[in-house]
Design a protein around this ligand. Structure first.
Ligand SMILES: Cc1cc2nc3c(=O)[nH]c(=O)nc-3n(C[C@H](O)[C@H](O)[C@H](O)COP(=O)(O)OP(=O)(O)OC[C@H]3O[C@@H](n4cnc5c(N)ncnc54)[C@H](O)[C@@H]3O)c2cc1C
Length: 463
């Protein structure tokens, strides 16, 4: 049967489940922030889904999953659509499933929250605040992103300085996954098994529910310290981190970004390098004293409410990939890279990189933790000079400087962050997406010959 008749049959079988097939809806839900990359922009601009479904409950998700398997349609899941690598772009058209109506925060107890996967992270964190707790971390897209999208597409962010990356043990307690089969199964994963779907780009099961650890809430002070020299700013941030200063965010942004941080004016002037931070109130005196000891000074320090009243952005929108966004709004000639530094972090290496690349790269660094150790990342702006030059630069940063690049100019899991095929995720895909319908084109680990044929039975089933 043709795709059109399969889609029509699928549509008719949806019953009352909400769907849209108008061009406007499809265009709005087929893209994410891949346009940060001119390479992906060329590759993905024309990709479009053919039908958008918006289930309102887990039961509706299960029904859609069963119909997808019945009619063998490509299925792309979508949360807030804030991914950077075309993660939720439907490469082969088909059905887009918007999960944002699965947004119930189910239960908050001491140190833990159970939530549906489509809940916006801001709503989830606000709900935790009402119980005197907060999330361990969130991406700088806190406002728009969903928690399921963070699990399946993100890695860490604000809070990672204190609590590590999302994948570090204990941060996620369980996930509930729906399989894409004619009779969809509900699978619950705990502990290490959660890695089977973490950062799998929604290629191996629909996450409908998850549990996350919470920590007691802190009324973080949003602040910036200014330094005459990026090395001084980085030295301050690394000393603060090593000294265990209680911060939720320490972001180093060099002075050439100042014209892009238009709201900040003299609070981030063009002749100073900045550390944007979220600092515990009782650590603010220490933050100020240590900044002064490095020749810096604090340019502002406010609660989040005061930041909003002053018309500024909260500090978490001054770091991670919001830094790139600020720059791209003003100068679309930039693109970016994601860099992990070798441990221990060497400020001199950054200064050599800055000298070597001059006006071709502007620098911004994130203090974080991974596997219990300090890990520094950078998301530098890169002046786009074509694909060949981009890959020459990546090779130089890896081979000369010993950095690891998480390539944001590719669509597959393996070519981006993971570097290699995760066979555990592929094995789980054989179980959760046996027909290979989910987010096609996003994993090199899946090949057509792995797909279950209709005349095959699930492992363990008798004829
Ligand atoms: C300005 C900016 C700043 C950013 N900062 C950060 C940052 O600090 N840290 C970070 O990690 N990322 C960051 N990102 C990337 C992105 O915002 C986050 O990863 C975010 O958590 C994605 O959530 P989402 O709901 O928008 O996911 P989407 O973009 O909708 O989806 C991401 C992937 O997850 C899959 N997916 C979505 N929901 C489900 C589900 N329920 N089950 C299974 N798969 C699913 C999708 O198919 C897709 O492959 C940033 C992006 C931008 C544009």
């Amino acid at each position: 049967m043709s795709r059109t008749s399969d889609l029509n049959n699928f549509k008719s079988a949806l019953g009352g489940i909400r769907f849209h097939d108008g061009q406007k809806h499809l265009e709005a839900r087929s893209h994410d922030y891949f346009w940060y990359s001119p390479i992906l922009n060329d590759q993905l601009t024309d990709k479009l889904g053919e039908l958008l479904v918006v289930p309102q409950s887990v039961e509706e998700v299960i029904k859609v999953a069963g119909l997808i398997a019945k009619y063998k349609l490509p299925l792309t899941l979508r949360g807030g659509g804030t991914g950077n690598y075309g993660q939720c772009v439907p490469m082969e058209g088909g059905v887009i499933m918007d999960l944002t109506r699965l947004d119930k925060v189910l239960e908050i107890t001491q140190g833990h929250v159970r939530t549906q996967a489509g809940a916006r992270i801001s709503r989830l964190d606000d709900a935790a605040h009402e119980t005197g707790q907060e999330l361990l971390m969130y991406p700088s897209t806190r406002q728009m992103a969903t928690i399921g999208g963070f699990l399946a597409g993100g890695s860490g962010g604000i809070g990672s300085l204190r609590h590590g990356m999302l994948r570090d043990p204990g941060n996620v307690s369980y996930v509930k996954v729906i399989t894409v089969e004619k009779e969809p199964q509900v699978i619950e994963l705990h502990g290490d098994d959660i890695q089977k779907v973490q950062h799998a780009y929604g290629t191996n099961g629909i996450v409908v529910e998850m549990g996350l650890a919470l920590t007691p809430k802190t009324d973080w002070i949003h602040t910036a310290a200014l330094f005459d020299g990026y090395d001084r700013a980085l030295n301050f941030a690394t000393l603060a981190q090593k000294g265990g200063m209680d911060c939720y965010l320490l972001t180093a942004v060099e002075r050439r970004f100042a014209p892009y941080y238009t709201k900040f004016g003299d609070l981030f002037p063009a002749d100073r390098d900045a550390i944007f931070a979220m600092v515990a109130p009782d650590e603010m005196d220490r933050f100020t004293a240590e900044a002064e000891a490095q020749g810096g000074h604090v340019s502002f320090a406010m609660t989040k409410e005061k930041v909003r009243e002053a018309g500024l952005q909260p500090a978490y929108e001054c770091g991670w990939n919001h830094t790139t966004l600020q720059a791209l709004k003003v100068d679309p000639g930039w693109t970016y890279l994601q860099v992990a530094y070798p441990r221990p972090f060497d400020v001199d290496l950054v200064m050599r990189q800055m000298a070597r690349h001059g006006d071709e790269m502007f620098w911004h660094h994130e203090m974080a933790r991974q596997d219990g150790d300090i890990q520094i990342f950078a998301l530098p702006l890169v002046r786009y000079r074509g694909k060949e030059e981009m890959y020459r630069l990546i090779a130089e940063l890896e081979q000369t400087d010993g950095c690891t690049i998480f390539d944001p100019h590719v669509v597959t899991i393996e070519d981006g962050g993971m570097k290699e095929i995760d066979t555990t995720q592929i094995d789980f895909k054989k179980r959760a997406d046996p027909y290979g319908l989910m987010n096609p084109g996003k994993t090199r680990g899946w090949t057509d010959d792995m797909a279950r044929r209709d005349d095959q039975h699930r492992q363990g089933e008798t004829a």
